[in-house]
Design a protein around this ligand. Structure first.
Ligand code: PLP
Length: 362
């Protein structure tokens, strides 16, 4: 059967491809160090697992409301108030099967073929693909290394056209670890309000900031920007719950309703058991969040120090998330062990084959 035109816009996630390749080599007995997946290696905290086990034992194993249980929506509302000073009502919240589905729902609910969505590079590999699936054009603008991979309001403004539907902001970022300062984010918010452009603010790495880098939600600067922003977040990274598949979105209620309709015809509700676990994650003790952050901080410093000690590699100390994005330009056009390294993909391949370290090219 002939495949759809739509599927031609879909490339498999390079991150998942690297992870799968590393898993295969591991199964063949190789001692691979996997740095591919954007996934904490900590176990999900015990009290969260216990909440899920209790949910199963109590028979909380049926369909729930499509957009999330009232208690999880309330936990999300409480989180936004507590952590971000933001007021939302239940009609402004949608719980999905991960932040990825939140973005996908949004792409299908608001973006039309012909629209443009501005995506700062380096970006999370799924953004442009999901935008392309919706039929719109991803407009990529490059964050400069010397500016910490951040985009200035002027650079955003230059990329705006009459077709611009939205700007994606991901701070702290996958894959650079870049994080905007509050005043930088506010300047972008002011520009977006002036131009009337919608912001998709992916705040999934909110809790992973280092060296006292302050986190502030894009929606919190004013009522105007809040009306023009959809905030995406989730429990995957903060609580080491990647496999549980719970993400959430907050924004204008008409938009949330449209996104909920899309979800109602695709996955329906996220897993009932995971939702109970997410309530415990958001409402329960938060000590493990800080414990993991402290550990990531140690690893971040060790990783960056060691990378910078390698001749030909330069790496920014990232203020957030758990990624590093080293500059490998000086290693290109060289040969190692008889192999030509002409791109980051060649280097990633070389590292996997020879050093047995799995990384994502970028
Ligand atoms: N947003 C960013 C920037 C990410 O890096 C990821 C995962 O890697 C997600 C969203 C989605 O995470 P999940 O679908 O597990 O909530």
């Amino acid at each position: 059967m002939e495949l759809s035109k739509r599927v031609q816009a879909i490339k498999p996630s390079p991150t998942l491809a690297v992870t799968a390749r590393a898993a295969k080599l591991k199964a063949e007995g190789k001692d691979i160090i996997g740095l591919g997946a954007g996934e904490p290696d900590f176990d999900t905290p015990q009290h969260i697992k216990d909440a899920a086990i209790a949910a199963i034992n109590r028979g909380f194993t049926k369909y729930t409301a499509v957009g999330g249980t009232p208690s999880l929506k309330q936990a999300v509302i409480t989180k936004f108030k507590r952590d971000n000073g933001l007021d939302y009502t239940a009609k402004q919240i949608l719980v999905s099967c991960g932040g990825k589905q939140s973005f996908f729902n949004l792409a299908l609910a608001v973006i039309n073929p012909g629209d443009e969505v501005i995506i700062p590079a380096p970006y999370w590999v799924s953004y442009p693909v999901m935008v392309a699936i919706s039929g719109a054009k991803p407009v990529i603008i490059n964050g400069r290394e010397e500016n910490g991979f951040k985009i200035t309001p002027d650079e955003f403004e230059d990329a705006i056209t009459p077709a611009t539907k939205a700007i994606v902001i991901n701070s702290p970022s996958n894959p650079t670890g870049a994080a905007y300062l509050p005043e930088e984010l506010k300047a972008i918010a002011d520009m977006a309000v002036k131009k009337g452009v919608f912001i998709i603010s992916d705040e999934i790495y909110e809790k992973l900031c280092y060296d006292n880098h302050p986190f502030i939600s894009m929606a919190s600067f004013s009522d105007e920007i809040k009306r023009q922003t959809i905030v995406l977040n989730g429990v995957s990274k903060t609580y080491s719950m990647t496999g549980w598949r719970i993400g959430y979105a907050a924004g204008p209620k008409e938009l949330i309703k449209a996104m909920t309709n899309i979800q109602s015809q695709s996955t329906s509700n996220p897993t009932s058991i995971s939702q109970k676990a997410a309530v415990e994650a958001l409402n329960g003790p938060q000590d493990t969040v800080e414990e993991m952050r402290v550990e990531f901080d140690k690893r971040r410093k060790a990783m960056v120090n060691n990378l910078n000690a390698i001749k030909g590699i330069r790496c920014m100390l990232p203020p957030g998330s758990f990624y590093v994005f080293p500059n490998i330009a000086k290693l290109l056009k060289k040969r190692f062990n008889g192999k030509a390294i002409n791109s980051s993909a060649d280097l990633a391949e070389f590292l996997l084959e020879v050093a047995e370290v799995a990384v994502v090219p970028g």
